[in-house]
Structure formats: C-alpha cells, structure tokens
Design a protein around this ligand. Structure first.
Ligand SMILES: NC(=O)c1ccc[n+]([C@@H]2O[C@H](COP(=O)([O-])OP(=O)(O)OC[C@H]3O[C@@H](n4cnc5c(N)ncnc54)[C@H](O)[C@@H]3O)[C@@H](O)[C@H]2O)c1
Length: 343
C-alpha cells in the first residue's frame, strides 16, 4: 500500500486525488491547501481525509510515502525540494519549476536520495499521443520533417506565469516523447497585449537533431479553443485534434515525391500524392489514470519513469530558452540542459 498526501486542491488537485484514491494499492490520507474553502470541498467529497492549511504537516508525516504537488508553478520547486529532503517520492504537476536551475537541483536531490520524481505531463499518457508514437515508431509516416502545434483559447489569464509556461509544457513534452530527442535551439516571438510584462501570445520554433523542426503557437487571446498538432513525415502526414471526440487523429496518405534522377532542370519533377485518409481507433481511458498508475509502478517496481524529473527539467530548459529568445528579439538560443551537474 502506498500512502499519498496531496498539496493543492484548486482546479487540478481534485482530479489527482480522485485518480489516486481509485487505484488499487494506494490511499490518500491528507490534503493541504491554503484555502479553507477548498479543504471543506475535499472533506465533503472524501470525509475520511485529514486536511490542513500547513503543507509541512503532510511532508513531516512518517506515514506518507509520496507527496503530490498541484499548486501554482512558482511554488513547485520549494515544495518538491522539501518533500524529497524529507524522504518522500514526489509527483509534481507540470511544469516542474519556473527555473531550470531549480529543476536541476530537484533531479540531483531525487538521485542522491534514490527517490522517484515524476512530472504531470499528462499528454504523453493519452491514447492519442500513444497512437501517434506507435505510428511514428512503425515507420508509417516515414522520416519526420516537422511538427506544428496550435494551443490557443480565450483566457485563462495567469498573473504569475506567461502563456508559454502555462500552455507550452504540454507541447514540449509531446515533442520529446514523439521524437525521442530534446530540442537543441529555439527562436521565439511573443507579446503582452493585456497584462504588461506577461506575454499572452507566443510563436516558438524549436530545432531538433537531424534538421527536424517543431513550432508552437500558444495564446490566451484567441476566439476559438484550438488544440491541433500536425506531423509531417516523408511518407504520410497526420493531424491530431484534441478537441474532437470521435476523430482525434487523421492520417493522410499525402506527400510529395521527388524524382531523383534528372540531367537538366527541365527534367526535375515533383509528384504529388493524394491518397486515402485513415482514422485510427483509439483506446478508451483517462490519461490521468494511466499517469497516476505509472507513478505507483515507478515506486513499487522501479519502472523507468516516462515523465521523470529529467524529462520535466528538459521541458523547463526549453521553456526558459524560448522566453529568452522572445525577450531578445527572436535570436536563436542554444538550449543548455547541464544534466551532468546532477550526477
Ligand atoms: N496536467 C494537466 O493537464 C494540468 C491541468 C491543469 C493544471 N495543471 C497544473 O496543476 C497545477 C495547479 O493548477 P490549478 O489550475 O489547479 O491551480 P489553482 O490555482 O486552481 O490551484 C492551486 C491551489 O494550490 C493552493 N496552494 C498554493 N500554495 C499552496 C501551499 N503552499 N500549500 C497548500 N496549498 C497551496 C492554492 O490555494 C490553490 O487552491 C499547475 O502546476 C498547473 O500547471 C496541470
């Protein structure tokens, strides 16, 4: 039996509590939130829970094996650091931290203490992203040329982080998972139209090894909610629409073939292919259930953590570099991970 305590019962924390309490071999005994009202809400849902406004009660409880953190991003590193120092496994919501130096220290601490650390990068546990990974690994799309993603809606404006830190962690985690690689550099532009100094729209382009590109458009200022990713491969192309209920992924047998053998420019020819569209069937299931179960497996069986602290740190580095580029006129910024400093 793994006993968990959850810090943060705002919008997202209750989803984590619901999933952990429903998993066999796990129980949640304590929940902490600064808001008395949120704690009362949790007491109504789970009368057996002990609640506290002081997160330290949970971290110091010797009966708790793992601490789940679903508080605002700026508090993640402090809370996770204290939990790891107290010998607890940690599950931290995304992004791991708002600073790459702080996220690196978490990687180091978890290693030194031999504890499991996982980041809530939920999308890489979703049936749609797993299906795309399967299609890429099978070679069906050929070699990936580029990925382009749009994650926009109206609001919710945050006051402690910009739109990149709010929305782009999902895309960066998905890219690294799909491409089995980390981005090497980034160029970005963005602007703060509503709140001074807090960008509400951004366009970031990441360069991956092998010339692969991945572009992210994130915005809190868009009339429509769009969650669309396009993967362009040398053989096929794919569009993933996360807002669609029935046809999330469409695989297009479209492409362009170049006839390689030509002597004159006049013989240089492109052949366009317009083939079938395939809509793969996706497994049912809540990504969060798979994600929370994976965290328990990592603790129990030492399973390699798909979204471990290193993955979370790499996402933080890519976000930070994107914001640096955005604030320095879109210059190309090399992304440093410095993971050797954590070993
Ligand atoms: N994985 C996902 O798809 C997903 C979705 C939504 C949010 N999130 C992440 O979840 C985290 C929380 O987001 P949210 O939307 O629930 O925010 P929220 O503001 O609704 O809730 C955060 C809660 O944390 C509490 N809190 C803050 N500091 C605390 C402290 N020191 N001790 C105890 N409680 C404290 C606040 O009182 C608040 O109730 C963020 O990191 C966010 O990025 C992840």
């Amino acid at each position: 039996m793994i006993t968990l305590g959850v810090i943060g019962a705002g919008y997202w924390g209750p989803n984590l509590v619901r999933n952990f309490v429903n998993l066999p071999g796990a129980r949640v005994t304590r929940v902490s939130d600064l808001s008395r009202e949120r704690l009362q809400h949790m007491e109504k849902l789970y009368p057996y829970l002990e609640t506290t406004q002081d997160y330290r009660v949970l971290i110091e409880d010797p009966g708790i094996d793992a601490v789940v953190i679903a508080t605002p991003v700026t508090s993640h590193a402090k809370l996770a650091g204290e939990a790891l120092a107290a010998g607890k496994h940690v599950f931290v919501e995304k992004p791991l931290s708002n600073s790459s130096e702080a996220s690196l220290q978490l990687v180091k601490l978890a290693r030194e203490k031999n504890l499991v650390g996982m980041v809530g990068h939920t999308f890489i546990y979703s049936p749609a992203v797993l299906k795309i990974k399967e299609l890429l690994d099978s070679g069906e799309l050929g070699e990936v040329y580029y990925i382009s993603t749009t994650r926009v809606n109206l609001g919710l404006f945050q006051d402690d982080i910009n739109v990149v830190w709010d929305l782009a962690p999902h895309d960066l985690s998905i890219f690294a998972f799909l491409l089995d690689a980390e981005p090497e550099r980034v160029q970005g532009v963005g602007h703060s139209y509503i709140q001074p100094g807090i960008e509400d729209v951004a366009f970031l382009t990441y360069g991956f090894p092998g010339g692969r590109l991945a572009n992210i458009h994130v915005s809190w200022l868009d009339p429509n909610k769009i969650r669309r990713t396009t993967v362009v491969g040398s053989k096929k192309m794919l569009v993933y629409d996360d807002t669609s209920n029935v046809e999330k992924i469409r695989v297009y047998d479209k492409g362009v073939d170049v006839h390689r053998h030509y002597d004159t420019f006049g013989e240089f020819q492109l052949a366009y292919r317009f083939g079938d569209i395939h809509i793969p069937k996706l497994d049912d299931g809540e990504p969060l259930k798979v994600e929370t179960a994976h965290f328990l497996d990592c603790i129990r069986q030492g399973t390699h953590c798909r979204s471990g602290l290193e993955h979370g740190h790499q996402v933080v580095c890519a976000l930070e570099a994107g914001c640096t580029s955005m604030r320095e006129g879109g210059r190309s910024v090399e992304i440093e991970y410095n993971l050797s400093r954590a070993f």
